[in-house]
Design a protein around this ligand. Structure first.
Ligand SMILES: [Zn+2]
Length: 287
């Protein structure tokens, strides 16, 4: 399985480090204290130590050991993904999507396949504007709906302008009609790990491949945007918490062949379900 065999692709994604740094500069008080602690953890991770075991989705580097591999946040109480069930109904403000067209620049980092370096698209959630940075895929889905998994889950990753806050929109993909909106992406799924350079910490920094194609991002979304809302985390190390999650209730579709094209390259890149603990899972009940 390619996912499990992939090497350590950077202990802390560059963007996360930037996000945490930005947080420290931008906020004061308790938040800054938390951010400083996070930076200290990041520096510890990237200080050049060599992990004997790299994180993966199975085996010694598997999810149950991520915290012991140098990612303590992965053992936190507000982690993702979760099972979406028994949600509290609420009249939540609709997510305002302002999605345009984007160049399709793709990478395979051994843990997922990602359309990267997206510019010019954004969402507004709770009065805050978050810019779409990238989207990527997990198979099978990471979140489950009433205990059931979907063949694929898409994660649209957004950050505020100062990168201090992140909001991820999850979209389930079920088997059905061919997905024309994703055709330009699926035509260029990188089967092998993408080219990378090592940064000053010895971590891999991937260069996305520009396919020369574009994608209409609005066409990716389902007709109905009702969603589940909760506060969670990145689903990969370093499992940073404080991520605003919105998982859309209505799945989009993809043909069996399109699903197979993905799973032939990557399957099993889903973190096991995490406990909800003291969190509230809300479901938007008003269109
Ligand atoms: Zn993801």
């Amino acid at each position: 399985m390619l996912v499990a065999l992939a090497g350590c692709e950077g202990v802390v994604p560059e963007s996360t480090t930037e996000m945490i740094s930005a947080t420290a500069e931008a906020v004061a008080g308790q938040a800054a204290e938390v951010a400083e602690q996070a930076i200290a953890e990041v520096e510890e991770h990237t200080a050049g130590e060599t992990h004997a075991v790299h994180w993966a989705y199975e085996g010694e580097g598997g999810p149950e050991n991520w915290d012991e591999l140098g990612y303590p946040d992965c053992a936190g109480a507000t982690q993702s993904p979760i099972n979406l069930a028994s949600a509290t109904g609420a009249d939540l403000e609709n997510i305002q999507f302002a999605y345009g067209d984007a160049a399709v620049k793709m990478l395979n980092n051994g843990h997922t396949i990602q359309v990267d370096q997206i510019e010019g698209s954004q969402v507004v959630i709770g009065g805050e504007t978050y810019f779409l940075k990238q989207f990527h895929f997990h198979s099978p889905s990471e979140h489950t709906l009433n205990g059931g998994a979907f063949p694929i889950e898409m994660h649209l990753v957004h950050k505020t302008a100062d990168e201090s806050k992140a909001a991820v929109v999850g979209v389930f993909i079920r088997e059905g009609a061919e997905n024309a909106a994703l055709a330009s992406v699926w035509a260029h799924l990188p089967a092998e790990e993408s080219p990378y350079v090592l940064d000053e910490h010895g971590e891999k920094v991937y260069t996305p491949q520009d396919t020369g194609e574009s994608i209409s991002l609005a066409a990716l979304l389902p007709a109905e945007a009702l969603f589940f809302r909760y506060e969670g985390s990145l689903t990969t190390p370093p499992c940073t918490s404080g991520i605003l999650w919105s998982v859309l209730q209505m799945p989009i579709e993809m043909s069996a062949e399109q699903i197979a094209q993905f799973t032939r390259i990557m399957e099993g890149n889903n973190r096991p379900l995490q406990d909800l603990n003291a969190r509230t899972l809300q479901v938007d009940e008003t269109p």
